[in-house]
Write a protein that binds this ligand. Structure first.
Ligand SMILES: [Zn+2]
Length: 503
């Protein structure tokens, strides 16, 4: 076990009491913080890091992410989710990814996160046409090699495409519906077997840095028994349960028209809503939904850049906070953000709610936004108290931010400048589980130049698969547009997007 002494930093602990120090030292023993405060010292540390002029704070936590989008930054036209997904997870299963590609693209995203001061990610990788153990393992190996902390699920829905949406079955040509219905759907037993293997193989790997989460993608995308099996697995192993709910207006319409109640009320009535759930997006929620989330103890993952990029709308931040719902902050995927820069997500979270809340006292403060990017993310990963804060006994997942940079000159208000001025460029050191992974802009775990070269090469090789995806998507697009048009005429009794502002 090596001992590192980080000496004389300004410290923002993000602990429950909000403790800050103008000058303090942090003693890291192995993976954990052994001591913290002014006057902390050690007679013979293995390494001393002089942190004068630096801010030590918890590493940021990317609270929601899909690594399979990692090669697609800037690749897709901005469109609403229901069209967008045709180009990224086409229902025909085009665009299969092999283990090497999965490894390289996961590593690429991990590097961008580590360099930007992200020390943990909650990844929900989707698998098209179906999950393969070698690909799942390649993703985990990438996180193990990168040195990033990761909680990872397997996102693989099992309902036929026309059943996931309102109206679609009546809009698609019969031959297309028949082809979609011919797709092999996984059974509850199959997904449970895969999760059993995944949990036994990877949960707690890399000295505990890697953990398993359960995902059902979204309630309307899975059958009842499948949902039940996934929920049981999450409960019996106490794992986070990733679920996208009410991201888009169309999903609100689905609940109203198909279920006769909102998706969240439906999940609650079926007994699945619980404190392990990471409810992703929660935009088109009403007060009853928010009350249900609060009562069940769910965490919500807020992805403001993604929500704006694909026009989903604005999550009711203040109403959720008022009901006591913890909020994690995520970038979502690298084709809907189009980065994995949590500083950008923080700034957007600090800005977007101003077009939604009339009363400025309801706007999120910089301190709240920082809380979402640290403690909130930890809560979503079921690691509260262990990461997302600097405290004795917590994991040594921390970053050093250079305060001698333009974003902090002059230093007027630390938290506001972290949220609104910093871009990640001032991060000088990233430590995960006591290991220095990035120092002075250089990643120590991976050969970045070789990785980028291979990523470019694999992206070229994968171009044909992407072209097949695009052409399949173009064929389906008019029918999905017709579905959106029809749903647009349904009154859902709420608005989550700014209306026309200009005459
Ligand atoms: Zn997502």
């Amino acid at each position: 076990m090596s001992i590192t002494l980080i000496r004389d930093a300004r410290v923002l602990t993000q602990d429950a009491a909000g403790t800050e120090y103008a000058c303090a030292s942090i003693l890291v023993d192995g993976q954990r913080i052994a001591a913290l405060g002014p006057g902390v010292d050690h007679p013979a540390p293995d390494r001393v890091i002089d942190a004068r002029g630096m801010l030590a704070m918890p590493g940021l936590i990317n609270g929601h992410f899909h690594s399979p989008g990692n090669l697609m930054c800037g690749a897709l036209t901005d469109m609403p989710l229901e069209l967008f997904m045709l180009f990224e997870v086409p229902p025909g299963g085009e665009g299969r990814v092999d283990a090497r590609l999965a490894y390289v693209q996961t590593l690429l995203g991990a590097l961008e996160m580590l360099k930007g001061g992200v020390t943990a990610v909650h990844d929900d990788p989707y698998h098209n046409p179906a999950p393969e153990p070698e690909v799942v393992s390649a993703i985990m190996r990438a996180y193990a090699d990168a040195g990033l902390r990761a909680t990872v699920s397997i996102n693989h829905p099992n309902r036929a495409e026309p059943d996931k949406y309102p109206y679609l079955a009546g809009l698609l040509p019969p031959a297309t519906i028949a082809a979609m219905r011919a797709t092999r759907l996984w059974s509850a037993a199959e997904i449970t077997d895969l999760y059993r293997w995944f949990h036994a193989t990877w949960h707690g790997a890399a000295d505990g840095r890697l953990r398993v989460a359960v995902s059902n993608s979204a309630p309307q995308r899975v059958s009842d028994d499948y949902f039940g099996a996934l929920s049981d697995f999450s409960r019996s192993h106490d794992l986070p349960f990733d679920i996208h709910m009410l991201e888009t207006r169309l999903q609100r319409v689905y609940g109203q028209e198909v279920l006769g109640r909102s998706l969240i009320q439906d999940v609650r009535a079926r007994g699945f809503l619980d404190e392990r759930m990471l409810v992703i997006h929660a935009i088109w929620v009403d007060q009853d939904d928010i009350d249900a989330l609060g009562e069940a103890g769910c965490t919500v993952a807020h992805n403001p850049v993604c929500n704006l990029k694909i026009g989903s709308g604005v999550m009711p931040f203040r109403r959720l906070v008022r009901r006591g719902v913890p909020i994690a902050l995520g970038t979502d995927e690298r084709n809907t953000d189009d980065s994995v820069n949590l500083w950008g997500a923080m700034k957007m979270a600090g800005l977007i709610h101003k077009i939604a809340e009339r009363d400025d006292r309801d706007w999120p403060s910089a301190a709240e936004v920082l809380g979402c990017a640290t403690r909130g993310g930890a809560r979503g990963m079921r690691l509260a108290g262990q990461i997302g804060e600097l405290s004795v006994g917590a994991q040594a997942d921390l970053i050093l931010v250079d305060l001698d940079t333009l974003p902090f000159t002059p230093l007027n208000d630390l938290k506001r400048q972290l949220v609104f001025c910093e871009t990640g460029a001032s991060v000088r050191l990233t430590m995960v589980a006591g290991e220095v992974v990035v120092e002075n802009g250089r990643v120590l775990t991976v050969d970045e130049a070789a990785l980028k070269a291979e990523a470019r090469e694999l992206a070229l090789e994968h171009a044909d698969a992407l072209a097949a995806t695009t052409s399949a998507a173009r064929t389906l697009e008019p029918h999905y547009r017709a579905m959106l048009e029809r749903a647009a005429r349904v009154d859902v009794g709420m608005e989550r997007r700014a209306g026309p502002m200009f005459p």
